[in-house]
Design a protein around this ligand. Structure first.
Ligand SMILES: C[S@@+](CC[C@H](N)C(=O)[O-])C[C@H]1O[C@@H](n2cnc3c(N)ncnc32)[C@H](O)[C@@H]1O
Length: 278
């Protein structure tokens, strides 16, 4: 793998500039830029020529992979990318940026909450999926398996999956979630095809050293494809975003603003210069 590092970082910088501010209460904690370059190139390589779906992507890895290709930093990447996310700010920002990349990669984004059944149009529609879900420190990894199941339902019998979750050998909960995720994946017909341990860092003030791994799964038992998609059971919504933070929100809505090219006018006010008389 060789590419021009400066061009790569400048391309990712365009994507970073496009991201809405992260909402900590929903575990939106953005990946650091150098690690985004590494993850986006990896995604482009693994999913070269494929139709893929991201279930959640505040980080902007989907756009990063597409933009690296569109900017000719690399000459491979997915054929199409679909994003499903419950945050309308993220859906809109991906759609807007994605339009500029449409000659290279077809990008679409839809509002969707993993608590709901997967809409028919996405069922079994894609070659692979990518998730970086809430990491499940306080819910025994249920938030990870919920995202995994939706990704699995959205993909074909021979799907590939990239899963980004916490990985710190000194934090037992991360290793337990990793193990539980792999066990659920095996139930669904997948094996671990590749594992890059402790690969990424995040803008996480209270734990700046917490890393995530990138785990590649390949479905080897096509017979395990699920036939239906059901709502998540109530018991699986508890502590979804951390202790005492259940999944209760359907969608995060974007506040309308009069000028689409400017920051929402709810975020700041203007104090005019004093007019000098006389
Ligand atoms: C939970 S964050 C995980 C951290 C990741 N680094 C990030 O900030 O994107 C991943 C994505 O999942 C989305 N998300 C969170 N809860 C969701 C839900 N119930 N249904 C669908 N998407 C969800 C967030 O909006 C975000 O884009």
């Amino acid at each position: 793998m060789t590419f021009d590092l400066r061009n790569a970082i400048n391309a990712i910088s365009d994507v970073v500039q496009n991201r809405p501010p992260p909402l900590r209460e929903f575990d939106q904690i953005y990946m650091k830029v150098a690690d985004m370059v590494i993850q986006a190139e990896y995604v482009a390589r693994v999913f070269d020529g494929k139709d893929i779906v991201f279930v959640g992507d505040g980080d902007g890895i989907a756009l990063s992979a597409a933009h690296l290709k569109a900017q000719r930093v690399i000459d491979y990447g997915p054929k199409s990318i679909t994003l499903l996310d419950f945050d309308e700010r993220i859906v809109n920002s991906v759609q807007r940026f994605g339009e500029k990349l449409s000659d290279e990669v077809k990008i679409s984004a839809y509002l969707y909450n993993v608590a709901d059944p997967l809409p028919d149009m996405h069922f079994g529609a894609y070659d692979g999926f990518h998730i970086n879900p809430p990491w499940g420190a306080s819910n025994g990894g249920e938030s990870v398996t919920a995202f995994f199941e939706r990704g699995s339902q959205a993909t074909k019998a021979t799907s590939l999956a990239i899963v980004v979750i916490a990985d710190d050998p000194d934090l037992p909960w991360t290793q337990q979630v990793l193990r539980d995720t792999q066990m659920r994946a095996i139930d669904l017909g997948y094996v671990v095809a590749e594992m890059q341990p402790q690969l990424h860092l995040y803008h996480l003030d209270d734990n700046p050293d917490l890393r995530s791994c990138s785990c590649l799964f390949r479905r080897v038992v096509p017979g395990c494809v699920e036939k239906t998609s059901k709502p998540l059971e109530q018991s699986r919504l508890a502590n979804f975003y951390g202790r005492g933070s259940p999944l209760r929100v359907k969608y995060v809505r974007q506040r309308p603003t009069l000028n689409a090219a400017r920051e929402s006018d709810q975020l700041y006010s203007i104090e005019p210069l004093e007019v000098q008389h006389g």
